[in-house]
Write a protein that binds this ligand. Structure first.
Ligand SMILES: [Zn+2]
Length: 233
């Protein structure tokens, strides 16, 4: 069996999305990539989560050709593949229709950074894509979804803002592993919910000061991070 460990990691990431209440029925999918072998493992399409095993994960190459597995891959596979091609440092992708993040995507509004919870994980507002045009929707829709995400990140760093809201659809999140992608999807939903509450309490709430935003993001991420325990190399 190909990439056994990655299959297990991808299954765990998918189950984490369910455990955290981000997925209704089968509305979600997580994947992971083995960069050395250029293989992606993703959840199969439409199989109930409680029945999934590592063997059920579908293995695809970067062109979307299934190289192992009897089930059809998640229909969003071409979006995941596009993200792996566009963002060379990522190792996992998670897509959900979680309630609050999806509400922001439907409202076509970026999620502003209103507090340090947001700043700890996202170094800037979580952007929203432009709408796909009719040609993109009628053509290779799932791949075009990845392409529009790439366009949205033309001037943004996907490693410091590991999430996007696809207009009228829902969020896609990523990370250095499938577990990290699922974690970011959970944090995104929490941040999206709090931003909604904050703006309900005070529609004039202002984004966090740049200095505080930088402080919180950079103490957790990057070369000079100091949050948590010292990592043994
Ligand atoms: Zn979707």
């Amino acid at each position: 069996m190909l990439i056994k460990t990655l299959r297990e990691e991808v299954l765990d990431a998918n189950l984490e999305l369910v455990r955290r209440g981000l997925v209704l029925y089968t509305f979600g999918n997580a994947s992971g990539i083995d960069r050395a072998q250029a293989l992606v493992a993703i959840k199969p399409s439409g199989v109930p989560y409680e029945k999934l095993t590592p063997e059920d994960m579908v293995i695809s190459d970067l062109d979307g050709k299934v190289v192992e597995g009897n089930l059809r891959p998640s229909s969003d596979l071409p979006t995941h593949l596009e993200l792996y091609k566009l963002f060379p440092n990522i190792g996992g992708v998670a897509h959900t229709h979680s309630e609050f993040a999806t509400a922001w995507a439907q409202a076509e509004k970026p999620i502003p950074c209103l507090g340090t919870t947001h700043a700890d994980s996202f170094h800037g507002p979580v952007p929203v894509t432009p709408r796909l045009n009719a040609e993109e929707i009628e053509g290779d829709y799932e791949r075009e979804t990845g392409v529009v995400i790439g366009r949205t990140f033309a001037k943004l760093d996907p490693d410091s803002i590991p999430a996007v809201l696809v207009a009228g659809h829902a969020p896609f999140c990523w990370g250095h592993s499938p577990a990290q992608a699922a974690h970011n999807a959970v944090i995104l939903e929490y941040v999206a919910r709090m931003a909604c509450h904050t703006l309900t309490i005070n529609a004039e709430s202002r984004p966090l000061a740049r200095e505080l935003h930088d402080k919180h993001f950079l103490r957790k991420h990057g070369r000079n991070s100091y949050y948590g325990q010292v990592k043994v190399q």
